[in-house]
Each structure stands twice: as C-alpha cells, then as structure tokens.
Design a protein around this ligand. Structure first.
Ligand SMILES: [Zn+2]
Length: 606
C-alpha cells in the first residue's frame, strides 16, 4: 500500500507545478523525476532527463546498474550510456567524469538541476561480452518499446531509496502495460529505484486481455511483430494454469498482476522470461500461436508467476535491498529458482492438468539435460559463482538438476511427516512468516528451515544442496511407488550420427565427431551449411535435428560443410548403435499400500 500522504503530495506537485523545495520543507524528499521522450525513436537511443535540485556531495556519483535482481548475470549498463551530462539552473554544463564502467561523477553537484544522457537499447547494440538477456533488456522501435528499468535509469548514489516518478512521452494511440500505477496526469510513480527496476514497461501496438483469478486482476499485454499472436489467445491457454497456481499458493498473493509478452523474430527475439514482484516479461520468437503452445507458454508463465512466493515473499537479506553497484550472490538460489521451477511443474500435476506419467516425462527431460552439465557442481556453488564465467556455464542447470533436487526434498518432507506436510506447505508457511518486507538471514536459513521441519533435513541440505552427492532418485521415488532406472539397455539397434553441432564464431559447426564419422570425411570444427539440401541455421536447426533423428541405421544422408573456406557436399551413412534409454520412470502398478498412501499425498495440495 502506498501511504496516502505521499501520494497527495505528488499529485499536488504535478497539478500546481510548484517547485519541490516545498516538499523539502515538509521533510519528505522530492521524488526523482525521470522523463523519457519515446516519440524520438529513430536512432536506438533512449533520451533520458532527470530533474534534481537537492543533490549534495554524497550524491555526486551517478550510478548505473552492474546487474539486476533475478538475472544472476553481469550487465554493466554503463556500457550503453552515451553523452552523459549534468546542467545547472541556467543550462550550463557542469564538469562530469567517468569513474568506472557504471559510475559518473558530477562536479559542483549542488548546482545540478538536470542530468541528461542517451542510453542505447540493448537489443540492437552489439557488445563483446555479457550480452543482456532479451527479456531483461530494452528495445526501441517504430511500433513498440520495451523498457526494463535498470537498463534506462540510474540513480544518484545515496538515493536508491528515494521515491521516483517516470514520465514517458509516446504516441497517443499506443497501449502501455506495466505493474506501476500512474496518476491522472499519466506519470508513473514508484517507492524507490528497486521498484522501477522491478516493473518493466511494454508499450506500442499491443493487444490486451484481462482475467479475474479468485479476486485478483490478471492483465496480459502482447506485442507480436507479425500480429499473429494476441493477448486473448494467451489468456485462454493459460487460464487453467493460473487457476492451478492460485490453488497451489492458496489464493494469489497479489491483487493485480501483469504479464508482458514480446514476440519478435531473429537472434534478438530469443526465448526467455524475467520475473518481478507484480509482473513478468516474456520474449519469444514471433511464431504462430500453435508453435508457441509447444514451447509450454503456460508452464513458463506458471514459473514466473510463482516467483511472487519466492523470492518476493521469501528472500535473503542479501537481495532485500539490491546491490546494483557490485553483484552479490545469495547461496539460496535453490530456493528462488529451483523451487520455483519445481512448483511450476508439480502445480500442474496437483491441479489435475497432467497425469503422473506426464509429470515423470518432465523429470526425464530435466535429467537428460542435466547429463550435459557438470554434476559435481553443487547448487550452493552454482549460486555463489553465478556471476563468474565458470558459474554462468552451469547456471542453466538450476532449472533442471536444481528442480530435481527440490522434488526430492519434497518427497523427503512428505515421508518424514507421514504425508502431512510437503515442501508446498513449508513454503507457504515461510511466506507467511517472512513476507515481502522481512528478509531471512542468509547464513542461518538452512538451520531455520531444519528447525521448522525435521532434523533429517539438515543431512539432505548437506549432501544434495551444499554438496553434490549422487542423487537418490530411485530410492526416493520408490517411496511413492514410482520406479526409476538411470539406464536401460534395450538391445535394439538404432541410428547414430556420431557427431554434435555447436555454435562457433556465431555459426553452426561440428563437434565431437566420432572416429567412424571422421572416416567418412567429417572433422571437428567443420561449419554445417546444409543437411539433405536444407539450410542449417539457428532458425532451422531444431527442424533439421528432428529430421536427422528419423534416420535408420546405415541410411544415407547428405551434409554440405565448409572447411578452410572451401565448401563441399558429402554423402554420409548413419551409424548403428544400441538404443540406451536414460532416466526411465515407471509408475509401479503393484505398489504397496504405504507407497500408494504417500503417492496420494504427493499428488495433491495438502
Ligand atoms: Zn525463475
């Protein structure tokens, strides 16, 4: 809730145009007013103006974000800043000096009345490293704009907690989606910088749809470059999952929630989603709606939506007031991302949207992906090194191995409580105990969790979260009467390619070419141009992969490759190998009563 007194002051300020010195007399600091002219979109630059009048020497350094909550990546937004300046009341430029990638120092800062800069949109601005995720970046185009606060706004040091206002000038016929509220003049306001970063904007030629989920208002805004995907379609397909989510969290923990969808093709329109407290932003390729459904749009929405519980309502002191200056990792990524991913999947099972067989298929998929990561890398280590190149390489596994481990924790909790209290119930309890305003102590959280559950859980944390012992998947799932085999040799002969395809210098190239395939003329590092005449590119690689999977042993196929700038086409023969199925789950039809009882508890919201 926003305190009414502050709100009235802001409105008064806007209506009368009075100077903010009036506010200072009332000891409420003047909000920082940011204005961005989105009518000027020609050159990929956001034109930002910040009005100030009470900066002191301790506010002399203007800070841009080095990273942002929930992304676990280095961003260094200062890289995108152009033409930074500070002006006095007469419009004279004050001396400024760049101290570091993300910091500008303003001399004689007391005289500053305006800070102006241009900042390049991240989607269309090439960088050598730390490319910003599309869903966490910015885009400024003829018919739409995407703004993530940390990539447009900075703040004077010491003023991260100052309330702020955002005025966006844009074409009058555009729709605008954001979780921020606005006053009657159309100015958005936020309690502090963190909240603006937490509330992306999507505006332009959008479609909009709305749904009431048990008393909470859920809005969907969508931009689709081709116009093929509409907000209403997304709403229809996500309705069931949203209701399942509401049941899982015992009612939605917010009164209003905004989904923002950005569909656009090309390398910039990669798949991704970023969660916020009252909204989430999704970037997908601009496919047909049917293709979109195959990407499990509703499952991704459920994931981002569950983030309202964690980290919003259960988070460490480390991310309480976010450190935009230096990335500071929290060890409890297992709670923020792995638990969220587990919840997003199991809520579908418990909401009756999928069968146990379909749920184990999701587990199978996650374990197969986990096979490509370093299994000796613990979840704690992954969390603490996520900003380092080494940790970034393993980061993606938090959604796979991480979610598997959290699923095991749930089973262990159900077992120890005789089917009375699983992870969902513990998490909902924790959300009540802490909530958005109260952080948990980073170092003591494992102990707190053990304290409120069972002493045996300390051992679980030690082995499978802090360390990376082999996972007891078969043992744990058998408690539910579900059989698991890591590997089953089928004795059946199937085709094998004996090679992999990877990205090299921005192109697709061969990797891991087997001796048999080398004998047929292929080498590691060959660029792949075509497969059976079909061009092999990022956009087509999935389709090509599907076709190659259909090959039979000894069947011939054709690859066009490039090596040493020479193009050549080779006739190849698929290899034969024994089919080995990995990570096979089977619901045991002969499960004992005790197993069935625990499975029953596992399958519902207790
Ligand atoms: Zn997430």
């Amino acid at each position: 809730m926003k305190p009414l007194s502050k709100l009235l002051l802001i409105v008064a300020l806007l209506v009368s145009g009075c100077s903010s010195s009036l506010l200072r007399k009332n000891t409420t600091p003047a909000p920082l007013l940011y204005e961005v002219n989105l009518n000027d979109r020609a050159d990929d630059l956001f034109k930002v103006k910040l009005s100030v009048n009470d900066l002191k020497s301790e506010n002399a350094v203007y800070q841009f974000a080095s990273t942002a909550p929930g992304t676990y990546q280095v961003m260094d937004i200062g890289r995108f800043v152009r033409d930074f300046k500070a002006l006095d009341a007469q419009g004279n430029a004050l001396k400024t000096e760049r101290l570091s990638t993300n910091q500008w120092k303003i001399h004689e800062v007391e005289r500053a009345r305006e800070i102006r800069y241009n900042i390049a949109e991240t989607w269309d601005t090439p960088v050598n490293e730390h490319r910003i995720y599309p869903m966490a970046g910015t885009s400024l185009e003829a018919d739409h704009v995407q703004i993530n606060g940390q990539a447009v706004f900075g703040y004077p040091t010491g003023m991260q907690n100052r309330p702020l206002q955002v005025k966006l000038a844009h074409p009058p016929d555009w729709l605008l989606g954001t979780a921020l509220s606005r006053n009657s003049d159309g100015v958005f306001y936020a309690d502090n910088y963190d909240r603006v970063v937490d509330s992306p904007f999507l505006l332009g030629q959008l479609t909009r749809a709305e749904l009431d989920v048990k008393g909470s208002k859920v809005e969907i805004y969508a931009y689709s470059k081709s116009g093929r995907i509409k907000a209403e379609q997304i709403l229809t397909s996500a309705k069931e999952v949203l209701l399942a989510a509401a049941a899982f969290t015992k009612g939605l923990p917010v009164k209003r929630y905004t989904f923002l969808f950005h569909f656009e093709d090309g390398n910039k329109g990669a798949l991704g989603a970023w969660e916020h407290s009252y909204s989430s932003l999704y970037t997908f390729n601009d496919a047909t709606f049917e293709q979109m459904l195959r990407q499990d749009i509703a499952g991704i929405m459920a994931h981002e939506f569950f983030h309202i519980v964690t980290p919003l309502n259960i988070h460490s002191e480390i991310i309480e007031q976010f450190n935009f200056v230096e990335p500071a990792p929290s060890e409890h990524l297992w709670l923020y991302e792995a638990t969220t991913e587990w919840a997003a999947q199991i809520m579908k099972l418990r909401g009756g949207l999928i069968t146990p067989e379909q749920y184990t298929q999701i587990l199978n998929n996650k374990l197969n992906i986990d096979d490509n990561f370093d299994k000796s890398y613990s979840l704690s280590k992954l969390a603490l090194t996520s900003y380092a190149p080494e940790g970034q390489k393993q980061y993606g596994n938090i959604y796979h191995r991480g979610a598997i481990i959290v699923g095991l924790l749930d089973i262990r909790l159900l077992e120890l409580s005789n089917g009375k209290r699983g992870l969902r119930e513990v998490i909902n309890r924790l959300a009540k105990t802490y909530g958005p305003e109260r952080a948990f102590p980073e170092k003591k959280f494992f102990d707190i969790f053990v304290e409120m559950t069972h002493p045996e859980i300390a051992d679980f944390f030690e082995r499978y979260i802090k360390n990376a012992e082999p996972l007891p998947i078969a043992e744990y799932y058998s408690k539910l009467g579900i059989k698991y085999a890591e590997e089953i040799r089928t004795g059946k002969q199937v085709a094998a390619l004996g090679l992999g395809i990877t990205l090299k210098e921005g192109r697709l190239a061969l990797v891991g070419v087997s001796p048999e395939m080398q004998a047929q003329g292929l080498r590691d590092g060959d660029f792949v141009l075509a497969s059976n005449g079909k061009p092999v590119k990022l956009e087509t690689i999935q389709e090509v992969g599907q076709e190659l999977k259909q090959l039979q042993p000894d069947q011939t196929f054709e690859f066009t490759i490039e090596r040493d700038q020479q193009e050549k086409t080779l006739q190849l023969k698929a290899l034969a190998k024994e089919q080995v199925d990995r990570h096979v789950f089977e619901i045991d039809p002969n499960a004992a009563e005790k197993q069935l009882a625990l499975r029953k508890a596992w399958m519902k919201n207790l």
